[in-house]
Design a protein around this ligand. Structure first.
Ligand code: HEM
Length: 126
């Protein structure tokens, strides 16, 4: 029988990034690992450093055993909703785009300025 899952987006997950309230996202699933932090053989710091973002790569890099993956299931709370974009990346590129537009404006002004000066010198020479 299909079961209904809770869906959490990156903003929901980012609100749980402390030692007393810690969620992680691994492989499209969200886990509340608050109770497990102190017992984690890899230490709580690595898990805390992996909150508020997709921790799949870090989790896989650590080479977790089959039993670690089974243990993990008891902390599962829902699915990761990817329909909300990860805002930090978008914010950065938007800022960058803004800077780029400013740069283009500067270059255009410089080109027009140089053309005016060259044109002026050309006319004076004649
Ligand atoms: C519910 C989530 C997690 C569970 C149940 C879990 C469980 C475990 C277990 C049982 C080990 C011992 C080795 C093994 O059996 O594989 C381990 C080691 C380790 N874990 Fe996790 N882990 C979780 C999440 C994470 C996350 C999100 C990270 C990284 C961001 C991480 C990083 C590590 C590291 C670096 C070690 C290696 C320790 C060493 O070999 O010195 N773990 N974990």
């Amino acid at each position: 029988m299909p079961t209904l899952s809770n869906f959490y987006n990156i903003q929901d997950a980012s609100n749980h990034n402390t030692k007393d309230d810690c969620w992680i996202i691994v492989d499209g699933k969200v886990y509340d690992v608050t109770q497990y932090l102190d017992d984690h053989p890899g230490g709580d710091d690595v898990i805390l450093a992996a909150t508020g973002r997709d921790a799949t790569e870090d989790f896989e890099d650590a080479g977790h055993s089959k039993s670690a993956r089974e243990l993990m299931e008891q902390y599962y709370i829902g699915e990761f909703d990817t329909s909300v974009p990860i805002s930090t990346k978008k914010g950065f590129s938007e800022k960058f785009k803004h800077l780029k537009n400013k740069q283009y404006l500067g270059i255009s002004v410089a080109v027009v300025g140089i053309s005016v000066v060259v044109g002026f010198l050309y006319i004076r020479k004649k």
